[in-house]
Design a protein around this ligand. Sequence first.
Ligand code: ADP
Length: 535
Amino acid sequence: MFNALTMDDYPLTLTAVVERAQLFHDVDVVSRRPDGSLTRTTMAACVQQARRVATALAGLGVAAGDRVATLLWNQVEHLEIYLAVPAMGAVVHTLNPRLHADELAFIVADAGDSVIVVDESLLDVFEGFRHIHRFTHVVVVTHNDDAPQGMWDYRVLAERAEPMSWPVLDERSAAAMCYTSGTTGRPKGVVYSHRALVLHSLAAALPDALGVSARETLLPVVPMFHANAWGLPYASAMIGARLVLPGPLLDPHSILDLLVRERVTMTAGVPTVWMGMLAALDAEPQRWDLTCLDRLIVGGAAVSRALIEGYDQHGLRVIQAWGMTETAPLGTVSRLPVGLDEQGSDAQYEYRIRQGTPVPLVEIRAVDDDGRPIERDDSAMGELEIRGPWVASAYHNGRGSDSFTADGWFRTGDIVRIDEHGCIRICDRAKDLVKSGGEWISSVDLENRLMGHPAVAEAAVIAVPDERWGERPLAAVVIRDGMSVHPDELKQHLSAHYAKWQIPDRFEYLPEIPRTATGKFRKTELRQRFASQTT
Ligand code: ADP
């Protein structure tokens, strides 16, 4: 082999991104506090603060490879930790505050988190699971009050610390971690390497991917606790794009105000958010001046033609992307091919409702029930499999090994058609989950809990379409002979283990659940039966 030993074996670590971000003295980072007030700093100042935060965390005992949990919104302190923790050689583990305390307790224990950084407004969520797992230290981002007894104040800690000089890291070392819901059993941890996140940031920034340039102002509505906020914080730090972080105020008017006020050019989030915002825009089209806004990146769930057309009416462009926590998350982006630029709008809409083509370095294929690759003829259907430099090859702690093929591809659980250009169209879901407002609910888990109620003989949970949330869970239950139970009691039974939004709205009482020849619940039949009924 004729090796190119003449080239620098430069490590692809986020340290390089953080060092570069230090150059961006004129790039604003705007962050909204829970009371609605805005704070303003620069990307360079964030890095300076990150250096102090890193020293402070090291002072609390955080060492290389340790997991630092965050319970934070999209706020400047979260960005500082996104930069500080990987650069100091530790691992930032973002927690989803919308999960039930039981689930969070499992996740923090499974990850083995040491220190946790909590926003003051999320202390009640933290109280729900803090007694289960012993964190070495608790750091609080305060807004109004002092940090509670026995907890550290984030800003006070950072003020007292000297800026850290970053250590040299291996590009394969862990930088970040995020959990994804399991179809059965517990959530599974995905651990991102430095190399994966650096390459992901580069790919995300490409013009035909999300398109992040130094001329952009980004407002990620997608939470920073969801799959690296789709890569936007790191891409902004790498490229020097302005970043506007909306904090906890995510209602349509609050988002619209921020988009207008900060002259945002690009925003990103799940369809539910944009449906709410479209309704607000339709109601008062003259109220908001969105002339700066070039595009809305929409993903996490299928994007309807009505949503795309609705925004077109306001001169705003929706671009669909597909991804998963396991893919860091960017997989495909639906950008119109050159040939369609001139075509009539029907053909364009037909294309724009597809999930799109893979971003560079991501490979896709789809296989039929027998594991054979399907034709790329836009007609055959199969389960999407994916591989690439930012795609997981295993879960933390060896869970879910059946999600990976023997030849190293990740099974997505999404059923797709693929055309000859590699553009995918999601047609169904092999995984038994409900996605409501961009958040997962495990059907199997709900069924097991329901069947734990003394009056319930059988329960099957399915996703039914919902205008506002995309999908909502519906529970079909069979009651034991001679017994009866009101839906409110079943909801009450579930509320001990589930967050409110995870509990089914509808309960259908059936004499029996239809089954397949092998005895599994025939959920397709239930879906057909209940999908169109609204009550
Ligand atoms: P994310 O945080 O990016 O939503 P998850 O891992 O929670 O990632 O969910 C990934 C799953 O969400 C996909 O496997 C797919 O089922 C669904 N999904 C994501 N994007 C889309 C999309 N554009 N259209 C349809 N489904 C999507």
